[in-house]
Each structure stands twice: as structure tokens, then as C-alpha cells.
Design a binder for this molecule. Structure first.
Ligand SMILES: [Zn+2]
Length: 511
């Protein structure tokens, strides 16, 4: 059902985190106009080549962002509440995700299922997801159905009705979701442990879906309290993308969301911060279900929100050069030249209100053992810290960003999500628009500097995923495992078995 929410565990989560990485931002910004966060009286327009991104704020505090896109008669609505798992009270892990499920249970105006049914009737799509930092709901329909989806979405912002008859069975659904996604997945279990180790004090150490015992004790009252505290217009961002005009959206927004009273004052989002890490940490999970050993090293780094000027784009280029694709250093060295890895790569999870994570990973192939693969990955990092990257590598990375810009423009949802995510994690429209410029400004020295500053062993946690019978990582070769392997030796999968840093929750279709 709905969204799954296991941050950092599943392959789909990784795919999303990569797809929405800042490196693939949506437009070539030619703005030059300085902006500030919008206020009630402030309409801001950002000049971009074909269309304009407009933002305004309703009297009740709801921020509205409009992304015109007239290529097809389709509209996308996204509402993002600026609350996620990292805002939960101690002992109540999972309540943000629990409420996300419960938002589909009907209101005082419409019975359970009616909204989804209407969307299905008009051939639309919908989804929802929970992350550490925000909870999002979206629909995509033909543009003449915009008022319909805005009416239903606005309605459930304040009129949700929850009874024990609907809440308690849904809690069982979530417990089952956890069993399926974590209990049955050793890689996901290890990811939870890696995160809990990397984030000893930050709430990012708690899984988005929640710990099992705490999910079991969540009540209707907990969900309602969370809803009343956080689901209020001033704590939300409404994003409408597609075949619409700003005037249309403004009129419909006033008519629907504009009628909702401010229900609570949500203060500053203050969270415990992670202290400066001092010790390299490793965790090992052995499980009979593991057929292929792998390792995954997560480094504590700044996010796009917390980084100093220039650092986030440099980290993005770094991840691309080191392990972002078939021309990356890890791919060429470990997979092509040495032939020791079935998969190896790197990625940077930059979208977060607080800390970010930089990850490298590898899986051995053929007779290679896991230590050899890990050593080769770490040697590439050392080499990069020592000698930096080349101008040619930098240019290739920038080129991929430019291509990503063009590619992302093709997806209305990806574009909309890009803006909504940035705004929900403490960034601005301008930050999104100027991302390509800031990538262009990255130098080889910047990349070397962030590698040296952040890819230090003491900032890292390494997780080992091993088959049960293997005594140590040193003899963890596929020959010693019971898993099947491709006899051709072809690379089957470059995706890590665990993806501890995807804080974009996974999601699945509700239909
Ligand atoms: Zn779920």
C-alpha cells in the first residue's frame, strides 16, 4: 500500500535518491535575480528559458509554487508537509509514516476511498511517501481535473476522521510492511544498523518506518496529535505543475486551501545534531539468506542545506567522478580493468535538512574476495585525496549534469518533486534554479578539498553483509556462497545490496 518509507534500505530508495540528486537538476537557470523566501505579500518570479516558476503565500501561511509546463494537458499536485520521521518524539518512531497511511481513511466530508476512486476514474495517478524531513502526497490527472484533486487534498488537511476501527488494522498493515521490507531483507536490516551507528545522536539514526516495538504501541491518539500539530497550512508547501496558469492556481488555491484555518503554530525545527565523529566504525551482519557479500561505507558529510558555499556541488561532482557511472574511477578500475567487482560505485545524498551522507560500495565478482574489493575502493579514495581529479574528469561530470538537466525537463513529476523537496528541506527556489551554475563553478581543487575534508575514516561507518557460514570477510567469495551467479561473469548489478543513505523514502503505487 501507499508508501513504504524505509529510508535507506531498498533499491528503489536508492534509485530515487539518485534520480533526484542535485546533479540532475531541472533547468538551466539564467536568473541572476536575487530572491528571498516568499512572504504573504510577495510574489516572486524566476526567469527561466521557457516558463516561470512562481511562488506566493496564502493568508493562512500555505506556500504555493506554480511550475507551468504546457507540453501536455496534464497537471501534477504535490503537497509536502514539513514534518518527517526526524521530527517524531522519542519513543514514537513511525508515527509520521503511520499518519501518511491514515490520511487515506476518509474525512468528515468524504468516505474512505472516494478520493482515490475519483482519481482512478479519470485515469490519474497518486502516491504518498514519508522521509526524515517531509511527508508528501501527490496526484497527476488531466488538467481539467485540477479543482477536483485540490478540493480533496485540501479537505483532508483539516477534516480527517480517525476511529479505532480504521486505525488499528492499518497499524497491522504497517507492521507487515516492516516485516516484508526489513525483516525479510538482511540488507535492509544492516542499513538500519549502519544508520543508527552513523547517527548516534541525530534523529536520522531512527528508521523512517519506525522500530517494531514502537510501531506496535502507536495509537489513534498519537496519530491525531501528530496531525493536529503538523498538518496545518503554514507547515505545508503546495506545488502545482503542468498545463495551468498562475491565475488559475491562485484562484483555485484560495477557493480550496485558502478556506482552511491555521490549526497550529509549528515552531522552528530544532533537532539534536550529530557531534563531530572521532572513530572509524564497522558493523557486520551475517545471514543465511545473503548470497552475495557486499560492503558499504557511509561518510558523514554536509547536506545541500548545511554545506558551506560550494561544498555541495563539489561533493556532487566528487561522487560522479569517483563512482557515478561507467566512466567513473571505481567502475573503470574495479569492474573493467581488474575485473574484481560485480558492482561498485558512489553517491551523495544531499537532500536533507541536517546532515548528508556520502556512500561508496562494492560487491566482489568471481574469485575476488570482499577485502580486495574494499581495499581497491579505498585506494581510489586515497588516490583522489592525494592527487585530485583531472580537468577532463571534471568536464565529463559537468556534462552529465547538463544532460541530466535536459532529461529531467521531460518529467513533470521529477521537476515538481525537485522543487518541493528543496523547499521542504530548508532550501529556496533560487537554490534549485542556480544549481547548474554552481556546478559549473566547481574546480578540480574544490573536489579534492571536499574529498580530503570529508572522506576520512573517522567520519565513516562500514557495513558488511555476509553469508552466515563465512568466518570472515577475507574468504567471502561467491564460490563459497550458496548463491547463484552468472557463469558468463557478466556484471549483473551495480546496485548495492544495501543503500544506507537514501533518505528519500521508497514509494509504490497505490493502484
Ligand atoms: Zn507504508
Amino acid at each position: 500500500m501507499i508508501a513504504a518509507t524505509l529510508r535507506r534500505t531498498l533499491v528503489p530508495a536508492l534509485a530515487l535518491s539518485v534520480a533526484f540528486a542535485p546533479g540532475v537538476l531541472a533547468r538551466d537557470a539564467q536568473t541572476g535575480t536575487a530572491q528571498t523566501e516568499p512572504t504573504a505579500s510577495d510574489v516572486q518570479d524566476v526567469a527561466i528559458p521557457d516558463e516561470r516558476v512562481t511562488s506566493f503565500t496564502l493568508d493562512n501561511g500555505l506556500q504555493v509554487v506554480v511550475l507551468p509546463d504546457r507540453r501536455a494537458p496534464v497537471v501534477t499536485q504535490m503537497i509536502y508537509y514539513k514534518v518527517g520521521a526526524a521530527d517524531e518524539a522519542p519513543g514514537e518512531s513511525g508515527v509520521a509514516h503511520f499518519l501518511e497511511h491514515l490520511m487515506f481513511k476518509g474525512t468528515s466530508n468524504y468516505p474512505e476511498g472516494e478520493f482515490s476512486q475519483r482519481i482512478a476514474e479519470v485515469g490519474g495517478q497518486e502516491n504518498a511517501f514519508t522521509t526524515d524531513d517531509y511527508t508528501g502526497y501527490y496526484q497527476q490527472v488531466a488538467s481539467d481535473q485540477l479543482e477536483m484533486i485540490m478540493t480533496y487534498e485540501a479537505d483532508r488537511m483539516s477534516n480527517l476522521v480517525l476511529t479505532d476501527e480504521v486505525v488499528l488494522p492499518e497499524r497491522d498493515v504497517i507492521l507487515e510492511e516492516r516485516r516484508m521490507r526489513v525483516g525479510n531483507e538482511p540488507g535492509a536490516q544492516l542499513s538500519e544498523i549502519v544508520q543508527a551507528t552513523l547517527f548516534a545522536n541525530s534523529p536520522y539514526g531512527t528508521p523512517v518506518i519506525g522500530w517494531e516495538d514502537e510501531i506496535s504501541s502507536l495509537t489513534r491518539e498519537d496519530a491525531i496529535a501528530f496531525y493536529n500539530k503538523y498538518y496545518t497550512p503554514s507547515n505545508a508547501i503546495l506545488l502545482i505543475a503542468g498545463d495551468v496558469t498562475v491565475d488559475q492556481v491562485r484562484e483555485l488555491a484560495e477557493k480550496t486551501y485558502g478556506q482552511i484555518e491555521q490549526r497550529a503554530e509549528v515552531g522552528e525545527r530544532e533537532r539534536p545534531m550529530e557531534p563531530e565523529p572521532l572513530a572509524e566504525r564497522t558493523v557486520t551482519l551475517r545471514d543465511a539468506r545473503v548470497t552475495q557479500p557486499s560492503f558499504n561505507t557511509s561518510y558523514l558529510v554536509p547536506s545541500a542545506t548545511t554545506a558551506e558555499e560550494g561544498e555541495a556541488p563539489a561533493l556532487d561532482v566528487l561522487s560522479d567522478v569517483l563512482g557515478g557511472g561507467t566512466t567513473s574511477r571505481l567502475y573503470r578500475d574495479l569492474i573493467v580493468e581488474k575485473g574484481i567487482a560485480a558492482g561498485a560505485g558512489a553517491y551523495y545524498r544531499s537532500s536533507a535538512l541536517e546532515e548528508g551522507v556520502f556512500v561508496v560500495y562494492g560487491t566482489p565478482r568471481g574469485g575476488a574476495n570482499l577485502d580486495t574489493v574494499e581495499d581497491a575502493v579505498k585506494a581510489e579514495i586515497d588516490e583522489l585525496i592525494e592527487n585530485g581529479i583531472t580537468e577532463e574528469e571534471l568536464e565529463r561530470a559537468k556534462n552529465r549534469v547538463r544532460k541530466g538537466v535536459i532529461y529531467l525537463r521531460d518529467s513533470q513529476t521529477a521537476m515538481a518533486r525537485r522543487f518541493a523537496t528543496a523547499l521542504a528541506t530548508g532550501r529556496t527556489i533560487e537554490d534549485v534554479e542556480t544549481w547548474p551554475e554552481r556546478i559549473e563553478a566547481v574546480t578540480v581543487k574544490d573536489v579534492q578539498a571536499v574529498a580530503e575534508r570529508y572522506l576520512k575514516p573517522e567520519r565513516s561507518v562500514t557495513g558488511y553483509l555476509l553469508p552466515e557460514q563465512i568466518e570472515s570477510a577475507e574468504i567471502a567469495t561467491p564460490e563459497n556462497t550458496t548463491g547463484t551467479q552468472d557463469s558468463s561473469g557478466a556484471r549483473q548489478d551495480s546496485t548495492p545490496a544495501m543503500s544506507p543513505a537514501g533518505n528519500v523514502a521508497d514509494e509504490e503505487s497505490r493502484s
